[in-house]
Structures are given as C-alpha cells and as structure tokens.
Design a protein around this ligand. Structure first.
Ligand code: ZN
Ligand code: ZN
Ligand code: ZN
Length: 357
C-alpha cells in the first residue's frame, strides 16, 4: 500500500483515513486517479483541492463505511468496490454496523490491488454470468438460540463472507483452532478472489494444462480431498510443497492460498517501497539480506525482483516482532516449488491484465 499526503497541509495520510488529523480536512480516495485527495464542501458534493474536480462519496460513506469518491454526476451510487456487494447484513445495531465497516475496509484494500493490476472486475449487472458479487452474511440464530454459522467461500463468481469474521475474538479463536498462521478479513478476500480468478483466467482462459503442470490435477474429488485433510492432516513434507497446510488439501485451495500469498507479498513490498525502507544488517550475513525496494512492486514484471526483495523484509520484521515479544510476523518458508507457484500467479495476473479477459 502506498502512502499519501494531505493536499491542504502536507501531513502524511493513509488509505483508510476520512479526515486529516492535522488540519481536519475531509479526505477521500479517488480510485480512477489512484490517490487520496483533500476536500472542501461544494453544493451537493465535494471539491478536490488538488484535482480541481467535484466528487461525491460512495453511498456507503453515509454510515462511515467507505471513503471512496465518484465523479459528481454519479452521486447516489456505490463506488467501484462497494458496487459488487449483492447482499449486506441488516444494519440495525452498532455491532453489525461496526462489523460491516471492517468488512468494507478489507474489501477496498482488495480492490486497490485488483485495480492496480487492471484485472477484470465486472459486477453481476455488467456480466450476469461471470460477474463478481459479494454476499456478506450474519450467522442465523434459530428460535432455540442455536447458531447456524455462515461458511465463507466462492461459488460461480459469488463470494460469501461471514461477517462474524469481523469479530476479532471469534476470528482469533477459529484461527488458533484451525492452526492457521494468518486469518484476517483481508486474507479471506484475497483467498476467495483467487478462486474467482481461477475460473476466469485459468479455466476460462485456456490455461488448465499449464495450471496442472504446477499445481496438480484439480479433477480429483474435492469433497473427499477436504475430508482427507481434516482426517489425516497435511502430508509430512507439506512445507516443501505448499504455502500452508490448507493449500495441501486440493489444487484449487493450493491456488487460492498461493494467490492470497502473492497479494500479501506485493502489497507489503509496496509499503516497504512507500516508506523507503532499506535493510543492511550490521553483522556478517549473506548479501541476500540487503533490501532496497527501488521499484514499484505492483508494476514489477520480473518475478525474481519480488522474490529476492521478500526474504530480507520478512526477516527484518520477524526480528522486530521478537523484540516486542510477539509471534513471528511471517512464519512461512518459501521453497523452490512454492516460488514456482507464486511465479505462475505472477504471470497469470500479468496476462489477465494485458488481455483484459
Ligand atoms: Zn491536512
Ligand atoms: Zn464504497
Ligand atoms: Zn478456498
């Protein structure tokens, strides 16, 4: 993620900010310009101080759930991220509204990446068959008080997300129970969108043979593969082959986990780039631990540049976490096989962008 500065006072501002903490100006993100801007009220809308244009906020801004801007002639509409939301929970209490805000914040972060890569993001109105839609659902509570949990997942372009995942305590309990290093709202979005792009870019994109050569044959029984994983756990050598234990269940899950991991990598490297972060250890270590992200990660064509920059950053942040008594920020080891899967995703995204399919 990039850093931004306030058009009015120059203070550093962040992607999620709604107001500048230094000068109190209202802020919004202009997705078509890839930037935040500072605003002043103007009639029905808002004037950008730097862009000289009028904007309207996404309608989800009314409940403080979105800070994206649209051209003023689209006032009353949803932004390029929120317009994919097909079902949202009843926003009748503060807890649900707070959960909805967290979900949309993660969704915008996802769309930041998809739009940066210019990946196709049609909604169901633009493409009723293959468009992308989100159903954000609350768990059902029966008359006897029993809870039927919503399952997060992807089916034919529709991504279902349990808004219970926005509750930190509940999500953390599931994370520990399932033995996952990462379980975050943004991680769910990045995983499920991997399934969506598998359909679009691998299956519909005529790349099944290339996919199978790297990830294996996805025609094996999916339900049986999941059951085997729950029953027996991952294979003993999973760390050499898969980015997570869940990735070991089935090639579809391997792809989705790898897709999510690739977005994690590129976005974190962009943050390092934005901060001008440089790492040069003061003890004798292999040269590979030097870091300077002197390229724009979202536009980097050479996968090797991303793969080489990544280990120094993860080692450095792990060391800082240990100093603070926290668990490792990055408890993963990327083997050659995992890197080849990440490279497949890298190439797929590059092709998805150029062909526009
Ligand atoms: Zn300011
Ligand atoms: Zn929005
Ligand atoms: Zn999945």
């Amino acid at each position: 993620m990039r850093l931004f500065s306030c058009d009015n006072c120059g203070n550093t501002i962040h992607f999620d900010n709604g107001t500048c903490v230094a000068c109190s100006r209202r802020l919004g993100y202009v997705p078509s310009r890839w930037r935040m801007t500072s605003l002043e009220p103007s009639g029905e809308g808002w004037n950008s101080l730097a862009l000289g244009e009028s904007f309207a906020f996404c309608t989800n801004a009314e409940i403080g759930a979105c800070n994206w801007l649209l051209p003023i002639d689209q006032a009353g509409h949803l932004c390029p991220a929120c317009r994919h939301n097909r079902t949202i929970p009843a926003l009748t209490d503060d807890k649900t509204i707070d959960a909805f805000r967290r979900v949309l914040s993660a969704e915008r972060h996802l769309f930041y990446s998809l739009l940066a890569w210019r990946l196709p993001v049609p909604n169901r109105v633009e493409d009723p068959e293959a468009g992308l839609a989100f159903d954000f659902l609350a768990d059902e509570i029966g008359p006897d008080g029993g809870v039927t949990p919503v399952m997060t997942g992807h089916t034919d372009g529709v991504i279902t997300l349990a808004i219970a995942e926005a509750d930190d305590a509940a999500r953390e309990e599931r994370r520990v129970h399932l033995g996952e290093p990462y379980r975050t709202l943004l991680g769910h979005f990045r995983h499920e969108i991997g399934h969506y792009y598998w359909d679009r870019l691998v299956r519909d994109g005529g790349r099944l043979d290339a996919f199978r050569a790297v990830f294996g044959d996805e025609r094996q029984d999916y339900a049986e593969a999941l059951q085997r994983n729950y029953r027996e756990g991952p294979p003993a050598d999973w760390q050499n082959r898969f980015v997570s234990t869940y990735a070991a269940c089935h090639p579809w899950e391997d792809f989705a986990e790898t897709f999510a991991h690739y977005i994690h990598m590129v976005d974190a490297l962009e943050t390092a780039h934005a901060l001008g972060l440089a790492i040069s250890p003061r003890v004798a270590v292999p040269e590979q631990l030097d870091l300077e992200v002197d390229f724009a990660p979202y536009r980097q064509k050479d996968f090797g540049a991303l793969a080489n920059a990544w280990p120094p950053l993860t080692v450095a942040v792990n060391e800082i976490n240990r100093s603070l008594g926290q668990r490792d920020f990055y408890p993963f080891v990327l083997s050659a096989e995992i890197l080849s899967k990440l490279e497949f995703v890298h190439e797929l995204i590059a092709q998805g962008r150029s062909s526009g399919t």
